[in-house]
Design a protein around this ligand. Structure first.
Ligand code: DGY
Length: 321
């Protein structure tokens, strides 16, 4: 009998075909609507495999319903949507898709940094709204990137990718991480510093840590108050790492110059969210890894993890070893 698999969203056809060759597949195929929790609760009861996305909340109560589940394959590098302890306790494998999105997300993070510093979105809107009357000396002036100081909070693969790009802009690089990364120091001359030093000295702070109980609200009012008034905060990791209320107040009161945000505590962010009222916020809909090639590769890697686990072998990206 073929293993049964539930897929929580439409995935690329080639990936789906590959899974269907060896599995009985059911799929939630509403393009832009996450599978409702109550639906997932029913669908998860019998299946051996779950192919999930970061929008699916897979908590202990849900896992209690799963009688046969062997593997949860998350099509993302982050897996904060899954109760890992509960899955491990039930002997379920959890997998993610690291590595394949590193360069694309680093490209994007740097692009967001550039766009925020040079006010590109605001300026493009200014032009389209017919506000461009003439060239003026101080019109839409931003912050320089070249030779500025970049602070990386969380020097993982993507953090290193951002640093690699920053070196082309002659930036000084500071980093804070749970553990020291001698490779990053040797390769890029990155300086390991305490988080408060990083916040005080950086012109750009990039949040790049995984989202865990320890990193929830890692950047709050106190941390923001340490930053330069001309500094820019970039978050392409997870919304809950930065306290949004504190960020709003810091930006509003001019304690911080601008923020580039691809992620929010609740996604999609509500249109009446205070942060969206600020012209110095560049807000994007969690598209850090969204290139065609990378998303296809992520989808295929998630399939490989799923199928390997269902074949009784250790999948390449097992999170709960
Ligand atoms: C991930 O993979 O965790 C990203 O947030 C989605 O690109």
């Amino acid at each position: 009998m073929k293993p049964r698999v539930y897929i929580t969203r439409t995935i690329p056809q080639e990936t789906l075909t590959r899974i269907k060759e060896v599995c009985d597949v059911k799929i939630w195929d509403e393009e832009d609507v996450p599978v409702p929790y109550e639906v997932l609760e029913k669908e998860i009861t019998e299946v051996e495999g779950l192919y999930s996305l970061l929008t699916d909340k897979i908590d202990q109560a849900l896992l209690e319903k799963a009688k046969n589940l062997k593997v949860i394959s998350n099509m993302a590098v982050g897996f904060n949507n899954i109760d890992l302890a509960a899955a491990s306790q039930k002997g379920m494998m959890v997998t993610n898709t690291p590595g394949v999105l590193t360069e694309t997300t680093a490209d994007f993070t740097f692009a967001l940094l550039l766009a925020t510093a040079r006010r590109m979105i605001e300026a493009a809107n200014f032009l389209r709204q017919g506000k461009w009357k003439t060239w003026s000396p101080m019109l839409l002036t931003g912050q320089d990137i070249y030779e500025a100081t970049l602070g990386i909070i969380g020097m993982g693969r993507i953090g290193e990718g951002v640093v690699k790009r920053a070196k082309g802009f002659d930036m000084r690089v500071l980093y804070y991480n749970r553990t020291r990364k001698p490779e990053a120091e040797e390769k890029f001359g990155a300086e390991y510093v305490a988080m408060d030093t990083l916040l005080r000295e950086s012109d750009f702070v990039c949040v790049m840590t995984p989202y865990t109980p320890e990193t929830t609200n890692l950047i709050g009012a106190r941390e923001l108050s340490l930053m330069k008034k001309t500094a820019i905060l970039i978050n392409t990791a997870r919304g809950g790492i930065v306290n949004e209320e504190a960020l709003y107040h810091a930006l509003k009161q001019g304690e911080l110059w601008a923020a580039g945000l691809d992620v929010f505590e609740n996604e999609p962010v509500a249109l009446d969210h205070p942060l969206l009222t600020l012209p110095n916020v560049v807000a994007l809909p969690h598209i850090g890894s969204a290139s065609e090639k990378t998303r296809t590769t992520m989808a295929n890697l998630a399939a490989e993890n799923l199928l390997t686990a269902l074949a009784g072998k250790t999948p390449p990206n097992l999170v709960n070893r």
